[in-house]
Design a protein around this ligand. Structure first.
Ligand SMILES: Nc1ncnc2c1ncn2[C@@H]1O[C@H](COP(=O)(O)OP(=O)(O)OP(=O)(O)O)[C@@H](O)[C@H]1O
Length: 340
């Protein structure tokens, strides 16, 4: 146990910020990342995520407290050695025009070869292997500036992989990506953390994705103590509510998703079951109806395996039968406007 602990990246009463004269951004942070652990740092804009990441990487000095890599304080580790312990992928778009994927990824070997160092057969093998690992086989000679944001991000992850560090830290690696690419990057990073036993820490705004993939979550918000825990504990003990709820937005502890408060103007009975019923309920909530079992003059009924599966009744009299939720919602709004 003691032996393993030596490999942790951890902080000890870490206080971060920029201006010694001003208030710190966060005080007394005590967190750790283990090899093989996939950790997501979450927090609203301006919470201090990038500042923490830069402090953990040794780019910004702590205001007080320490960052430890194993038994060594990060500031005591010479830069060349540091590059063998932590690889960093920051948000800034890289100015890497005219570099091929191979050349970019090969830069990750710099700590071992020197900037102008010659790649040995093992280095070349590692570069090809990492490119394949991130799913860019066949792109080796493609110019980085002709790649999509998602592909470029994968190349950056491959570069971090060939650096062969026990820890990889990424600042918003999925920031510019569409949803499928985000999911792909998160799954890739999670898989690499397990298969390669790397401790991976990344910051993200994607709370729902972090809930689904992270082993550990760090929650950060201005003026609040940083919370660390596994996703499910943080949800159950209301930390997510506490950190992210704003006026008009509510965190649903059951589904782990955010909901917008809507002005509820009417009640409507909803009868039926299954997925169609679920989506009709969502459409009704969106337009300001609370769904109930009984008590309203209006009833929406969902039928199954019939051509017109949606029906609207007013005091048991059929008002409308239709095929789509769009028609149903229009019918509900029309009917309620005519006879509230
Ligand atoms: N170089 C700097 N000097 C002084 N203050 C800074 C500097 N960089 C950032 N800040 C301030 O520190 C605070 C935290 O910024 P930081 O970029 O760490 O937040 P963040 O959580 O990463 O935000 P976002 O999610 O918007 O990227 C902000 O108020 C910001 O203005």
């Amino acid at each position: 146990m003691q032996q393993t602990k030596k490999l942790f990246l951890r902080t000890d009463q870490l206080t971060i910020g920029y201006d010694k004269q001003a208030l710190p951004l966060h005080e007394n942070i005590n967190v750790s990342v283990k090899p093989g652990q996939f950790t997501c740092l979450l927090g609203p804009n301006g919470a201090g995520k990038s500042t923490l990441i830069k402090t953990l990487c040794g780019f910004i000095k702590p205001m007080s407290g320490q960052v430890w890599y194993g038994n060594e304080k990060i500031e005591r580790i010479p830069e060349a050695q540091r590059a063998k312990k932590i690889s960093v992928v920051l948000t800034d778009r890289l100015d890497v025009q005219n570099l091929s994927v191979f050349e970019l990824v090969a830069l990750g070997r710099t700590p071992y070869t020197g900037f102008f160092g010659k790649l040995l057969p093992r280095d070349i093998q590692l570069v090809y292997h990492a490119i394949e690992e991130v799913g860019l086989k066949g792109y080796t000679q493609k110019s980085i500036d002709k790649m999509s944001d998602g592909e470029r991000q994968k190349a950056m992850i491959a570069k971090a992989l060939v650096q062969e560090t026990p820890f990889i830290i990424l600042d918003e690696p999925a920031a510019f990506l569409d949803l499928p690419a985000k999911i792909e990057i998160m799954q890739l990073l999670r898989r690499l953390s397990k298969e390669k036993n790397r401790g991976i820490l990344l910051s993200t705004h994607d709370l729902e994705m972090a809930l689904q993939t992270a082993d550990k979550i760090w929650l950060m918000a201005q003026g609040k103590t940083l919370q660390e825990g596994i996703p499910e504990d943080l949800v159950l003990n209301n930390q997510f509510k506490h950190f992210f709820e704003r006026e008009g937005i509510q965190f649903d502890n059951y589904t782990g998703t955010f909901k917008y408060h809507k002005q509820i103007q009417h009640k409507i009975n909803l009868k039926g079951e299954g997925n169609a019923c679920n989506w009709v309920a969502r459409a009704l909530h969106r337009i300001g109806f609370a769904t109930v079992d009984e008590g309203s003059k209006y009833t929406v009924q969902i039928y199954h395996n019939v051509p017109s599966q949606f029906a609207l009744y007013h005091s048991n009299k059929l008002v409308l039968r239709c095929n789509t939720i769009e028609e149903l919602m229009e019918g509900v709004v029309r009917a309620v406007a005519a006879k509230p």
